[in-house]
Design a protein around this ligand. Structure first.
Ligand SMILES: [Zn+2]
Length: 147
């Protein structure tokens, strides 16, 4: 198992609007559409993303609560020795049409949020933008079926 560090994004699809209790954050309402979550793992980036792609697991991070009610359709890794998740979150925030979900996934930084709502916009445009600006190493497209 490689133990790279860095940031990752998860491409999340909410098929039907849903209200989810996100641990201590309380209840969040999610409209149907595409979402992008930016996270980091400073030890074991690949293992973290693999964990997010699994269906059953203990609920630990904010995103785990949402993933129980949605589908991860892909992920992209941005390996880095330094913390780069907030920089990537700012890039996603700057993408036209992306809306921040306030307070989500940013308990240890100053960002407004690390989850973004794209609505009906496809992920492709954002991935292209990140490709140009950041060194994206790998994009995972989730296979259908159980993970
Ligand atoms: Zn941040």
């Amino acid at each position: 198992m490689k133990t790279r560090s860095g940031a990752y994004i998860l491409l999340v699809r909410v098929r039907r609007e849903v209200t989810v209790r996100i641990g201590r954050l309380g209840r969040y309402h999610f409209a149907s559409g595409n979402y992008v979550y930016v996270g980091s793992a400073m030890a074991g980036l690949d293992a973290r993303v693999k964990r997010h792609l699994r269906h059953s697991k203990k609920l630990k991070w904010h995103i785990d609560y949402l993933l129980g009610k949605s589908l991860v359709v892909g992920a992209a890794l941005f390996p880095s020795k330094k913390r780069n998740e907030c920089k990537i979150a700012r890039r996603v925030a700057a993408h036209p049409g992306s809306l921040i979900v306030p307070g989500f996934g940013c308990s240890d930084c100053d960002c407004v949020g690390h989850l973004f709502f794209l609505g009906k916009k496809p992920f492709g445009g954002l991935l292209k933008r990140l490709d140009k600006k950041e060194k994206k190493k790998k994009t995972i497209h989730r296979k259908a079926g159980k993970g």
